[in-house]
Ligand binder design. Structure first.
Ligand SMILES: Nc1ncnc2c1ncn2[C@@H]1O[C@H](COP(=O)(O)OP(=O)(O)OP(=O)(O)O)[C@@H](O)[C@H]1O
Ligand SMILES: [Zn+2]
Length: 680
């Protein structure tokens, strides 16, 4: 069934321009897409890789309102950060554009119009929340009310973030506009729907019969959507930010962001190749591959293909959609709104020159078949134990020894021994396995096989021991180092899709100028007599302190999130006044204060209470220096039963407040009062 294609169009999910990109985006989409594009380019294939920012939709307008800036300012800011940081990571887009571009607006508009003219839409009228004061329809996210399930008073019209329930606007109790605070009214509005049900049979045939080779996670999701029966899907929204619906009577309506975003792949191809873009979309000899994360599967396998079929005109459907599962961070779901992420632009600043380390780690640990976890400990271990100790070490030994024994000039190989031949065979085996894995989107496995070449190299040097042989047999030493250098050259090509910055440096040291995949396995890549460049270390060890700084950053985020989410405890049940009055609250002056031995939380106070003095033990040692409290006035409950703490009789309780971050603050009168004064 293997078809022969003439060219490949690689699309990458358009990142949403309401924040920068994080390691989840990279592991899910941009790193694997880039590996694949680089691999095809090394094979000499005709390939283009398309990217761009998704700049429409409600969350962008919400963010703009929250910050008091325009939606355009939001997308300008994040588009620039995303574009620059992906470029700095070496993601080799042929174009990285944006959906606010003129060409995209025109393309998306024309797309809608053609479907409209062909009668591909149905029209439905439904009730939609409306803000009378603001004079506009509200997206579900703009409606806030009480969650019927958990009582959270700030649940959204589509979801309650407190209990996680997904909701409809009509489920909310007292739904109000997030913009004006006014109660919302339901009003009729008309939208265009794409009847996906019309395309169900074709989609079934195309995916379930025609693409059994797709990844099981992708195939499985498609099957369950199709088996569940497809419904018409609204493709317009009442919103003032987006591509206006190009038909009469559609004032105030824009294309639904999931209708317009995938068309962005087409507009960006057009922008890149105004004259030849159609070849990449309409010629059956083009192979289209969509790189995405799992939450986008339905849009790429069901909705967008239905749109393309409805459009007709030979638009080709994707040949494969190798969607990844999700990457988590230190055991927790990555989240833009909770700032729980490693942001690419920050990583590039914090770890200058370490693009390849991130690319390597995200590939070695890619969520290809199940969700995976990124941890800083794993990042450090993979750098130190794999990149430094295996790959860097082998290359460095081969280059340094050549410099030491031959002044850096590549020696000739004499007759090969069985050991030499075995090493070359092993290398070829790894290359073959790597190529097969790359061809089938198994990038983790491909990287493992590439690393196997470096392991072969290390084993080879270990077995042949050129540093010993050199003392007795110069000719044999020449052969060994020639073979080792050829393995290095193979590494430079085999690793290029994964760690292109490093392989460029290695290629320069070896004076390799013909980096082609079909050269792999050859043993004359480095020419005899070539004067090698100065050997530089390809990777450096990452110290604990560097990792700790990153971990601390995450701990700070966690703390900030806890504080932001803090709510005062609900009020306790009423007590009657007489009961309350029986509590004897007093002010006293601290005469002595010392740490209680063998108890890290406790301080022992001697208090002047205006009576006989009393001892009180209090659990605030983590927050105060005992010396600092001497002479201060504190408030305490005087008439509690005596309690023994660590063998000390505590005669009362000192009053304090627990802050949102869990820290404890003593209560103290605003001016000096006589010890023993009553509080009431
Ligand atoms: N943690 C993740 N792991 C793998 N892929 C991800 C992850 N987060 C996002 N992606 C993928 O990255 C692509 C672009 O994501 P998009 O900008 O739509 O972000 P998102 O899903 O809204 O993420 P976030 O809520 O974290 O901002 C999508 O294909 C999405 O599936
Ligand atoms: Zn709830």
């Amino acid at each position: 069934m293997e078809k022969n294609f003439k060219r490949t169009l690689i699309t990458t999910a358009l990142p949403y321009a309401n924040g920068p990109v994080h390691i989840g985006h990279l592991a899910g989409v941009y790193v694997p897409a880039d590996i694949y594009a680089r691999f095809l380019r090394l094979k000499g294939e005709d390939v283009v890789m398309i990217g761009g920012s998704d700049e429409h939709g409600v969350p962008i307008t919400l963010r703009a309102r929250k910050e008091g800036v325009t939606s355009q300012e939001i997308v300008d800011r994040y588009h620039a950060i995303i574009k620059d940081s992906l470029e700095e990571l070496g993601v080799s887009f042929d174009i990285y554009s944006r959906t606010t571009s003129r060409i995209h607006h025109d393309t998306a508009s024309e797309f809608f119009r053609r479907l409209y003219d062909k009668g591909e839409f149905t029209v439905q009228t439904a009730l939609q929340p409306y803000d009378e004061k603001g004079g506009e329809f509200l997206a579900d996210r703009y409606v806030i009310g009480t969650c019927p399930k958990c009582g959270n008073e700030r649940a959204y019209g589509d979801q309650c973030e407190a209990c996680g329930s997904s909701l409809n606007v009509t489920d909310l109790i007292n739904p109000c506009s997030a913009l004006t605070g006014e109660p919302v009214k339901m009003r009729e509005t008309t939208h265009w729907y794409l009847p996906l049900d019309r395309w169900e049979n074709k989609l079934r045939e195309w995916i379930l019969d025609g693409h059994k080779e797709w990844k099981t996670n992708v195939y499985g999701q498609c099957k369950s959507w199709l088996d569940g029966g497809l419904q018409p899907r609204a493709v317009s929204r009442d919103l003032n930010w987006g591509v206006p619906v190009p038909v009469e009577g559609a004032e105030g309506k824009v294309l639904y962001v999931w209708f317009d975003a995938p068309i962005g792949y087409i507009s960006n191809t057009k922008e890149l190749m105004p004259d030849s873009w159609e070849r990449y979309w309409k010629d059956p000899e083009t192979r289209i591959i969509n790189f995405i994360g799992k939450d986008n599967i339905v849009f790429h396998c069901i909705v967008f293909p239905a749109m393309l079929m409805a459009y007709g005109d030979n638009f080709q459907l994707p040949d494969n959609v190798p969607a990844n599962e999700f990457l988590n961070l230190e055991g927790d779901k990555i989240s833009t709104s909770r700032n729980w992420a490693v942001w690419l632009h920050e990583y590039l600043k914090d770890m200058p020159g370490k693009q390849d380390v991130l690319r390597y780690v995200l590939t070695a640990n890619a969520p290809e078949t199940k969700d995976n976890d990124f941890t800083w400990a794993d990042f450090q271990a993979r750098n130190n134990n794999e990149l430094v100790a295996i790959l860097g070490n082998f290359v460095n030994r081969a280059l340094v020894l050549t410099h030491k024994f031959f002044g850096g000039v590549v020696p000739a190989a004499g007759e090969l021994t069985d050991t030499d031949r075995q090493a070359i065979e092993d290398m070829k085996g790894a290359i073959k396995a790597e190529t097969e894995a790359l061809d089938t989107f198994h990038f983790r496995e491909a990287l493992k096989q590439a690393m196997e070449i470096a392991r072969v190299g290390n084993r080879y040097l270990q077995e042949t021991e050129p540093w010993r042989v050199v003392k007795t047999d110069m000719a044999r030493t020449e052969t060994i180092l020639n073979v080792a250098l050829q393995i290095c050259a193979n590494i430079a090509i085999a690793f290029e899709p994964f760690i292109p910055f490093t392989t460029a440096r290695l290629a320069e040291m070896l004076h390799l100028n013909d980096m082609r995949w079909d050269k792999l396995g050859e043993t004359d890549l480095v020419s005899i007599g070539t004067e090698l460049g100065k050997p530089e270390l390809l990777f450096e060890k990452i110290e604990d302190s560097t990792i700790q700084a990153q971990v601390q950053k995450l701990l700070d985020t966690k703390k900030a999130n806890e504080i932001a989410a803090w709510k005062p405890e609900p009020q306790a049940e009423d007590v009657d006044f007489d009961t309350f009055c029986r509590s004897d609250l007093r002010v006293g002056t601290v005469l002595e204060c010392t740490k209680v031995p063998k108890a890290d939380k406790l301080l022992r106070f001697l208090i002047d209470d205006g009576m006989e003095k009393r001892t009180i033990v209090s659990g605030i040692a983590k927050y105060y220096n005992p010396e600092d409290l001497v002479g201060k006035q504190v408030c305490f409950i005087a008439n509690l039963p005596v309690r023994k703490l660590k063998g000390i009789e505590s005669q009362g309780m000192i009053l304090s407040a627990e802050n949102s971050d869990g820290s404890i603050v003593l209560l103290t009168p605003s001016a000096q009062v006589a010890p023993g004064s009553k509080i009431g």
